[in-house]
Design a protein around this ligand. Structure first.
Ligand code: CU
Length: 180
């Protein structure tokens, strides 16, 4: 062990033991997920933002046999939260609001940088890296779920997604089990 067991050694050991036993079930900053019926919502996150707009990302996996759809998003941190698509028209980036985001049966839909995103319009305060804020996702069939959105840079996000083994995939992510 790199530290010396002094006067505080014992409580430190107890603390470490509790950590190892998973008593402190705080999810690591790089992975959190929610389960709602047949839907898994993986790691909602937002870029840090200092202006009036921001963007939220996550992945929805539908392991059911019927399609569902994200109908709307609610949050108190901004005046509005809209589902947007983003496409390039030559060199011009165009965003368009969607009425609904289809989540086909047996498929994953990535709400990710460069594509579909949740646009926060009229941010009431800057989004700072390390912050978290609540958001409600409302689905047509599965209903509503409250999630916590982690504010982090895309670099941090990528770091968190990297797997030491390179095997990749949500299933193998450390700390994912029992966190739904
Ligand atoms: Cu947008």
């Amino acid at each position: 062990m790199p530290f010396r067991l002094g006067r505080t050694g014992r409580s430190l050991s107890v603390f470490l033991a509790l950590v190892l036993l998973g008593v402190f079930a705080a999810p690591p900053a790089f992975a959190h997920a929610y389960k709602l019926g047949t839907l898994d919502i993986h790691h909602p996150w937002a870029r840090p933002a200092v202006g009036k707009t921001g963007a939220v990302y996550f992945v929805v996996k539908n392991s059911g046999t019927t399609a569902d759809a994200l109908l709307r998003v609610e949050t108190d941190v901004a005046d509005k939260a809209q589902i947007h698509t983003m496409t390039m028209d030559g060199n011009v980036m165009r965003m368009r609001e969607l009425d609904r985001l289809e989540i086909p049966a047996g498929q994953s839909v990535a709400v990710a940088p460069g594509g579909i995103h949740i646009m926060l319009i009229g941010l009431k305060a800057p989004l700072k890296a390390g912050d978290k804020f609540p958001m409600k996702l409302v689905f047509e069939k599965a209903g509503a779920v409250d999630v916590s959105v982690y504010v982090q840079t895309p670099e941090e996000m990528r770091k968190g997604e990297e797997q030491p083994s390179g095997s990749g995939g949500m299933e193998g992510m450390p700390g994912m089990e029992g966190m739904h």
